[in-house]
Ligand binder design. Structure first.
Ligand SMILES: NC(=O)c1ccc[n+]([C@@H]2O[C@H](COP(=O)([O-])OP(=O)(O)OC[C@H]3O[C@@H](n4cnc5c(N)ncnc54)[C@H](OP(=O)(O)O)[C@@H]3O)[C@@H](O)[C@H]2O)c1
Length: 329
């Protein structure tokens, strides 16, 4: 079979190549999935660069999520039940950028036939993070303000739509003006463009001296640090990405006055602490909100596996039009 492989960490466009490798056999409790498509997410690119929380043994195949059809199963009831089903493939160890992949049967989730392959490919990482951060960790009440950075990202757009559905209001920080109109159209309540204005001044105008109580940051550096300064009494900021690749710098007294907090969030760690019922509830919510159009992903370009260099270059570009998808079958 064909698989995308890298045997050293580095620039994805330089280190990735397509190789012929043996088709793997599922062991007990495992299934083999014939992959259809997989998105190229920031976490995949960070993993290939050696900058991610997961460092696989090399040579390795990237790909933390995607969609495919279960074609065979090792021993075990769940695998047999899943055989023949179209599923979202949750692969925390990576490996989905290949024609066939082996995963534990509990890590494949049947997807409603009303959801396209394109949408099913991004079933888990961003939709689950959007729901868990806003509804289960921060529990943002309706009518409260939530501030988020990189709001034009695939995940940021989901949060804007989720806010409309749930009733909370969003302050959306972006770095390019062009993103403002689009986010407004989706339902973003306020847009702050860092190229034109100061985050702190604008937030002060919106919330007065109260500041924000809920914030999400995936940028870090100057942007994330400014967000910490907008927190009001009891304010909580979840850090869930490091797109600027620069540390947060702020006076720690900011946190003491008003008992504010900055916390990390990583979906992989969160999932490890959850039981089967919570995960089933989460999958049901995602299936439902994908059908409603709340957790959908705008796909900007699709590339075949053979064009992997062009695909990762596009996925890494400033101002790319939408998510880049790898078409495997
Ligand atoms: N912790 C977790 O469990 C978890 C789970 C899912 C996602 N994430 C994180 O969530 C973030 C968004 O993921 P995604 O798949 O939605 O990304 P995406 O669709 O690829 O979008 C990336 C966005 O980030 C913006 N951006 C990139 N570098 C930036 C910088 N230095 N300053 C400001 N904005 C910047 C881009 O802006 P332009 O349009 O201007 O280029 C783009 O809008 C990533 O950091 C990802 O790692 C974390």
């Amino acid at each position: 079979m064909k698989a995308i492989v890298f045997d050293r960490y580095g620039d994805p466009a330089e280190v990735l190549e397509v190789r012929d490798v043996p088709i793997p056999e599922p062991g007990p409790g495992q299934v083999r999935v014939r992959m259809i498509a997989a998105p190229i997410n920031p976490s995949d690119l960070m993993m290939i660069r050696g900058q991610y929380g997961v460092k696989p043994t090399l040579p390795a195949t990237p790909g933390f999520e995607g969609v495919g059809v279960v074609e065979s199963a090792g021993s075990g009831l769940l695998g047999r039940l899943r055989t023949g089903k179209r599923v979202a493939v949750l692969n925390g160890k990576s490996g989905n950028w290949a024609e066939h992949v082996i995963v534990p049967a509990r890590q494949v989730v049947p997807v409603s036939s009303k959801i396209s392959d394109e949408q099913a490919a991004s079933f888990f990482v961003n939709p689950a993070t959007a729901i868990v951060m806003t509804k289960w960790v921060l529990r943002v009440p309706s009518d409260a303000w939530l501030l988020q950075t990189a709001a034009g990202s695939a995940l940021g757009r989901m949060i804007v739509k989720l806010a409309k559905r749930t009733g909370f209001k969003t302050i959306n920080v972006v770095r390019r003006r062009e993103q403002a109109a689009e986010l407004q159209k989706l339902g973003g309540d306020a847009i702050v463009c860092t190229a034109d204005e100061s985050i702190e001044e604008r937030v002060r105008k919106i919330t007065g001296s109260e500041g924000v109580k809920y914030a999400l940051d995936c940028v870090g550096g100057q942007t994330g640090s400014a967000v910490v300064r907008t927190l009001g009494p009891g304010g909580r900021m979840l850090v869930y990405g490091t797109l600027a690749n620069e540390p947060l710098t702020f006076d720690s007294r900011i946190l003491m006055v008003g008992a504010k907090s900055v916390e990390g969030f990583w979906l992989s760690s969160w999932v490890k602490d959850q039981g089967v019922l919570t995960m089933l509830r989460l999958f049901r919510s995602i299936n439902r909100m994908l059908k409603e159009g709340v957790l959908t992903t705008d796909v900007g370009a699709t590339f075949p596996m053979s064009d992997i260099q062009a695909a990762v270059r596009q996925a890494d570009q400033v101002g790319k039009a939408g998510k880049v998808l790898l078409r495997i079958k």
